[in-house]
Ligand binder design. Structure first.
Ligand SMILES: *Cc1c(COP(=O)(O)O)cnc(C)c1O
Length: 403
């Protein structure tokens, strides 16, 4: 091994990085399971996992071995050739997702770009010249031009007009608004929503998952594609392999990324039903689509989630954390919500500073979204002890903050 060590970062030097991120002044040099470590060895409980990415925890031995072995064997050949690991990963993913076709992308936004292209082509195949897609308020679908246009957040869009056209926005959870749009716009071809809005504040629709069943019914009545963005909710996060599996329906198009690679950048857009066969030879592609390395990681992540029973653990530990937080914060003016290990604690006031307080005073990594929602996305293999540690730290911190 050649040992290249990184010189300590000179924080007084000008950075060459585009200043697009508001970064915390801390860096981690090592991770193990549910914990992150700084250079001086301080241990932090990670309840963010790289934003719902490292579901198996940091440095999971199966993922580490898959990356090391495949990197030493063959990383990439391109899709001009058969890629056996890609075929195997697609089969495994299709199985757990209940889907038929899989296209591997490299991020969540790119997966949603694929979904948007499928919807448009689906429309054009029926002679609809300007196909439209229904999207929701407070949604988040990514930072590329089409996905930021689909996103229901002005802050993501401001400064980047003209937006990509062809999106019709409705309030999240409002079934009547969709039915009304169906009457007013004959050129609608699809609906794209998140089963649980992550960036928007860990929101389920007010009526719960029956919202998805209503969307399925309306899509069937109008011959639209039902498209779910499970970039964040997928891969076991909510206590089902995909969140739509909490219901009896199945979408036509399903996107995922984040937890799919446990930190290796890879995503997927998948189809079944009327989504199948829309994209054909020459319609879509990516140089990096399903490299041998990325595909082997996907295969290994799914295999590990199955062998270690992590979907069930996410459901069980998630339910425990939610019930404990509700009980221990019952005298506080907070709402605890979520499914599995995608949990939001809504506070009665803006609480962005809790990120710093949790980190510096409780050695816990959390996130705050939507201004006043503490968002927890712990490892899917979180243990009972770690869950209790997390609950204890959060309860004490929130009580002090609201006192
Ligand atoms: C994170 C996220 C995206 C964007 O994924 P990237 O990998 O950052 O492009 C899209 N949709 C949802 C629901 C997400 O949570």
């Amino acid at each position: 091994m050649n040992n290249i060590t990184l010189a300590p970062v000179q924080t007084d030097q000008p950075s060459h990085l585009m200043p697009v991120f508001g970064r915390q002044k801390i860096s981690f040099v090592r991770g193990q399971g549910a914990y992150l470590y700084t250079e001086d060895g301080t241990e932090y409980l990670d309840a963010l996992t790289g934003i719902a990415v490292c579901g198996l925890g940091h440095s999971h031995p199966a993922v580490t071995a898959a990356i090391a072995e495949q990197a030493a064997t063959l990383i990439h050949t391109s899709n001009l050739f058969e890629v056996p690991w890609q075929t195997a990963a697609a089969q495994k993913l299709a199985e757990v997702a209940g889907m038929e076709e899989v296209f591997f992308s490299n991020s969540g936004a790119e997966s949603n770009e694929g979904a948007i292209k499928i919807a448009r082509k689906f429309g054009h195949m029926q002679g609809i010249a300007c196909p439209k897609i229904i999207v929701a308020d407070h949604s988040f679908h990514g930072r590329t031009m089409a996905t930021l246009s689909a996103t229901g957040n002005k802050k993501v869009q401001d400064g980047f007009g003209p937006l990509v056209e062809g999106f019709i926005r409705v309030p999240f959870g409002d079934v009547e608004a969709i039915e009304e749009a169906a009457i007013n716009h004959p050129d609608i071809v699809a609906i794209l929503v998140e089963p649980i809005q992550g960036e928007g504040g860990v929101n389920t629709a007010p009526q719960g998952f029956s919202y998805l069943e209503d969307i399925r019914r309306i899509c069937n009545q109008n011959n639209w594609l039902m498209m779910l963005d499970e970039v964040q909710t997928g891969n076991g996060r909510t206590g089902q392999y995909f969140a739509y599996q909490h219901t009896n329906i199945i979408p036509d198009v399903l996107t995922t990324a984040k937890g799919l690679g446990n930190g290796f950048p890879i995503g997927a857009v998948m189809t079944q039903g009327r989504g199948v066969g829309v994209l054909t030879a020459g319609n879509h592609g990516s140089t990096y689509s399903g490299t041998a390395l990325g595909s082997r990681v996907v295969y290994t992540v799914i295999d590990t989630i199955q062998k270690e029973n992590l979907v069930a653990n996410a459901a069980e530990k998630g339910a425990y954390i939610v019930s404990q937080l509700r009980e221990k914060l019952a005298d506080q003016n907070v709402t605890v919500r979520g499914f599995g290990l995608m949990i939001g604690i809504e506070l009665p006031k803006a609480c962005g500073e809790l990120v710093d307080i949790a980190r510096d005073e409780h050695q816990t990594i959390i996130n705050v979204t939507s201004g006043n929602v503490v968002r927890l996305l712990p490892t899917l293999n979180i243990t009972q002890d770690q869950a209790d540690q997390l609950i204890g730290r959060l309860v004490s911190m929130i009580k002090t903050f609201l006192a």
